[in-house]
Design a protein around this ligand. Structure first.
Ligand SMILES: [Zn+2]
Length: 272
């Protein structure tokens, strides 16, 4: 399946379309079977007599138009449900999960940038470009992306894992991550974040891969690094506990949809 992003909505379109419909942190899905759901595919811009709000064209999936939209979070008939976007992973094809993440970011951006940050006037969607423009001062704003590094730090046959204060799962450990600051390279960010959070210096920083992470608008940039010096000294504002773990003795770790998990799997594979 091929998803083609576009900001130019087909003009003469009257068939069915995919609607990624949000309310609060949830997305509306149709139940298919146990543990499988599908994205809403409907032929009109309303659902159960509710008019869809904040409709925005996203692009096409195999010639089928895709939109994001919202409706109030109401009780639904048996065959539909609201689920958290994180929980959608594994319940539908990966392509739909990826588009749902993109849809969420475009939806949030449309909602959060309704007014110009410079002069306060109402903004509108720019034609033929994924941007919002201010009719008063012409300021253009593009969808916001917040870069964040995430790093697997390895010391001999162990990996550094920590339990963050804000993790939804209180028993889960993961590798360290943090937002890039203005004026900082990605490598400098890796060194700073790890030193700030656990007091350890690292070397041999290598790029691994990246992943868009729509919670709410991150671009996760993955690295591997090697322990250089220092004893674990936790920043208690951010970390509850941290430690070095062997591949055979890992705690609860993030799910397979995350870059954190890809990096931990990379470490485990190298140790088997
Ligand atoms: Zn303005």
């Amino acid at each position: 399946m091929n998803f083609k992003k576009s900001s130019s909505e087909p003009s003469a379109f009257h068939g069915k379309a995919y609607y990624f419909i949000f309310s609060k942190n949830n997305i509306l899905v149709k139940k298919e079977s146990q543990n499988r759901v599908s994205i809403l595919c409907i032929g009109k811009k309303s659902f159960l007599q509710m008019t869809l709000n904040h409709i925005c064209f996203l692009g096409t999936l195999e010639d089928m138009p895709c939109y994001c939209a919202s409706i109030p979070c109401k009780e639904l008939p048996e065959e539909y449900e609201w689920i958290n976007l994180r929980a959608l992973y594994g319940k539908t094809d990966d392509m739909f999960w990826t588009i749902a993440g993109y849809a969420r970011q475009i939806y949030d951006w449309n909602m959060n940038f309704k007014f110009c940050g410079k002069c306060g006037a109402k903004t509108r969607r720019k034609k033929n470009e994924s941007a919002r423009v201010c009719p008063e001062c012409s300021l253009i704003s593009y969808p916001r992306i917040s870069p964040a590094i995430i790093t697997a730090v390895v010391k001999d046959d162990q990996i550094l894992l920590a339990r963050g204060i804000n993790f939804p799962n209180k028993k889960m450990f993961s590798i360290l991550a943090g937002f890039v600051e203005p004026g900082e390279s990605l490598e400098e960010c890796v060194k700073r974040e790890i030193f700030e959070e656990v007091g350890v210096k690292v070397k041999n920083i290598r790029y691994f891969k990246s992943q868009p992470w729509p919670f709410p608008d991150s671009l996760m940039i993955g690295f591997t690094a090697v322990y250089e010096s220092g004893e674990l000294l936790i920043d208690k504002q951010e970390i509850v506990e941290a430690g070095w773990f062997k591949a055979a003795n890992l705690p609860i770790i993030p799910g397979k949809q995350s870059l954190a998990r890809s990096l931990i799997d990379w470490f485990v594979k190298g140790k088997i």
